[in-house]
Design a protein around this ligand. Structure first.
Ligand code: C2E
Ligand code: CA
Ligand code: CA
Length: 645
């Protein structure tokens, strides 16, 4: 039953019950008052009659005529007067009631105990003769007078009129209450409906962007599934997240991040066809549901979304560039439930993110990879917290002297089931999970402590630690490092930071502020993987850079790749002109050492010298390095002016 009908029947029901109850009470009260009045009047009449009769009785008894005369004078009309003795024997009867003898006889037969001699009173029980009776002793005689009066027709008529009026008033009230109830119930029902609609909207929409949320998306997917099962159509789910959102949120604040998400939601919405659904799943994750698609359509849609986000967003007058990664899963090919489609779109999105292609369609062969990724993500945080992540050290030797001057600290993780996990795999995961700060702190702490041990034994080396993009947007880094250095008692001058160009480029201004602070504390800075970035080199003059590390891809084969050799030579020249040192990494051969020494490269690092080693093994290596591989390196070292390439 509809809520308005329920309310209406409740109102009418309550009104009818109230009317019946109050009507009956009023009716009975009226009858009662009538009865009391009649009885009082009878008593008055009987008092006067017994006085009159007493005189007559004591003299000669009473005849019916006398009694009738007295009754007429003193009793009301429609009454019956009976005089009887103490045995109940009728002495005289008078009255203007039809069948008065019979009524008198039946009343006497049923008369109550009158031994105490006082008034008796009651209602006439006869159906055809309704009324009130009263019996009283006649003073100074053994006789009693019974006076009865039939209900006045006028009084009955009054009761009927009252009942009719009550009924018609009741009907009027019911009628009015039906209208009031109708009005009220429709207002209440409308309010309830509006409230329900608002609640339903809240439960199915994201409060920030006003877009459908996960619940509504799942609901729409299951509807599409039903139709698709019926008519064999297909649909696609595009899962997307923003590439640098966490950074933006952390550096520019949540308010800024919120506005960005709203604008992104709006823009993605502009790439929709009619019938498509765009939902926000949480954080910077959006999903797009495209019913009745062919394979090419989601790809075109992904391209459209990427285009829409191409222009920078202007928030609080700050322009922000946002890139998105999109994973595509198509029903039923890539999953037959909302969960599996979402999971597979996620796998594809991860691939898109890491291949820098912007979007990717789910490929089942990626699944194995995704299970591994989920396993690693599940355990990385605790591995960092429990210090199950270790640090290996790879030496850097001075190509002019052949001496080991420093090490690069490289994080290592050996998973209990999966074995060695390469840092290229778990570092991006840590960044994604927001665990990179803890990981970096853990590497700094271990590296400083171990290096402190070596210096106690007379080997004071520079320790280089890699910093990822996220660390460079974290303004608490200088203070944290200062604290750590105080705790371990480690000099800032022996700490070096390796930062890739791409990490710097994300937000150069923030990175520069942090690096200037670190430089002021005495730390050194190297640009890692130099040569692989595509940015303008002008940043080199604006940052406190000490060294360039030529990327290993140029160094590894430089002895038989003229192009790479030319790049290495140019980088060394440029760095030296700018007053920077040059480190070559990826030295795998004797030839590479010789070539680099000839080009005047300052420092060398590579498997040829040593692979990254655990702390204790590195110490052993260090002790023997003067006689083994380092000796060869030293022997290859040439003064700069003798270099020929
Ligand atoms: P990277 O900073 O460029 O580190 C040098 C990588 O080159 C290391 O790989 C090292 O083992 C490898 N390598 C050294 N010599 C040679 C050689 O002669 N030939 C070849 N082919 N490779 C050589 P690894 O240890 O696998 O680290 C990979 C990357 O992971 C590092 O590249 C760095 O970007 C990142 N990484 C490692 N540890 C950390 C860390 O603690 N924090 C951060 N943020 N990143 C780290
Ligand atoms: Ca490095
Ligand atoms: Ca490198």
């Amino acid at each position: 039953m509809r809520i308005s009908t329920q309310l209406l029947s409740a109102f009418v029901g309550i009104t009818v019950i109230a009317l019946v109850v109050f009507g009956s009470v009023a009716y009975w009260i009226t009858l009662d008052i009538n009865y009391d009045n009649q009885r009082d009047f009878l008593r008055l009449s009987s008092d006067r009659m017994v006085g009159e009769l007493a005189a007559k009785l004591s003299v000669s008894g009473v005849s019916e005529q006398t009694l009738e005369t007295v009754r007429r004078q003193l009793a009301p009309s429609s009454s019956l007067a009976v005089v009887y003795d103490s045995n109940g024997t009728l002495m005289a009867v008078a009255g203007d009631i039809p069948g008065r003898e019979t009524l008198a006889a039946s009343m006497l037969a049923r008369r109550p105990d009158e031994s105490d001699g006082v008034y008796q009173t009651g209602r006439l029980p006869e159906r055809e003769n309704q009324g009130v009776w009263l019996s009283a002793p006649i003073p100074e005689t053994p006789a009693r007078l019974l006076l009865a009066q039939l209900d006045d027709q006028a009084i009955s008529r009054f009761s009927v009129t009252l009942a009719t009026r009550l009924l018609s008033t009741g009907m009027g009230i019911v009628w009015a209450s039906i209208w009031v109830a109708l009005l009220l119930s429709s207002v209440i029902a409308r309010r309830l409906h509006e409230k329900n609609v608002a609640l339903e909207y809240q439960a199915t929409h994201d409060t920030l962007t006003d877009l459908p949320n996960r619940a509504l998306l799942f609901d729409r997917i299951s509807r599409l599934q039903h139709t698709a099962h019926g008519d064999g159509t297909t649909f696609a789910l595009l899962l997307m997240d923003l590439d640098r959102f966490k950074e933006i949120n952390d550096t520019l604040g949540h308010h800024f991040g919120d506005q960005l998400l709203q604008q992104v939601g709006n823009r993605i919405g502009q790439s929709l066809r009619e019938g498509d659904t765009i939902a926000r799943l949480g954080g910077d994750e959006f999903a797009l549901l495209m019913p009745a698609t062919r394979q090419a359509q989601p790809v075109r849609c992904a391209e459209r979304v990427m285009q829409q986000l191409d222009d920078s967003f202007l928030i609080d007058n700050i322009p922000v560039q946002v890139k998105v990664s999109i994973g595509i899963a198509v029903f039923p090919e890539h999953g037959d439930s909302a969960e599996s489609l979402l999971q597979h779109a996620d796998v594809a999105m991860y691939k898109a993110k890491h291949s820098n292609t912007g979007y990717a369609i789910y490929d089942p062969s990626q699944d194995e990879h995704s299970v591994r990724r989920l396993t690693l993500m599940g355990e990385l945080r605790s591995a960092i917290a429990d210090r199950r992540l270790t640090v290996h050290y790879q030496p850097k030797i001075d190509l002019h002297t052949g001496l080991t001057t420093g090490v690069e600290a490289l994080a290592r993780w050996v998973h209990p089931e999966l074995g060695f996990v390469p840092p290229d795999e778990f570092i991006p995961l840590a960044e994604q999970m927001g665990a990179i700060r803890d990981l970096t702190d853990c590497v700094f702490a271990q590296a400083m402590q171990e290096s402190r041990q070596w210096s106690r034994r007379g080997q004071s080396l520079t320790v280089a630690v890699n910093l990822s993009t996220h660390c460079l947007q974290d303004s608490s880094l200088p203070e944290r490092l200062a604290q750590l250095m105080r705790t371990v008692d480690f000099p800032a001058s022996r700490l070096e930071l390796e930062i890739t160009e791409s990490a710097l480029m994300h937000d150069l201004d923030t990175a520069r502020a942090i690096l200037n602070k670190l430089n002021a504390m005495g730390l050194k800075l190297s640009i890692d993987d130099f040569g692989t970035g595509f940015s303008s080199l002008s940043y080199l003059t604006r940052l406190p850079v000490d060294a360039l590390k030529i990327d290993k891809s140029f160094v590894i084969d430089m002895h038989n790749n003229e192009g790479n050799a030319a790049i290495v030579r140019s980088v060394i020249d440029m760095a030296h002109h700018m007053g920077l040192k040059v480190v070559a990494e990826g030295i795998e051969t004797q030839e590479a050492v010789e070539l680099l020494a000839g080009l005047g490269c300052d420092l060398a690092q590579g498997y040829f010298i040593s692979r990254p080693l655990p702390g204790d093994q590195f110490e052993t290596w260090l002790a023997s390095s003067r006689s083994s591989s380092a000796d060869e390196a030293r022997a290859s070292a040439r003064p700069r002016d003798q270099a020929v390439v």
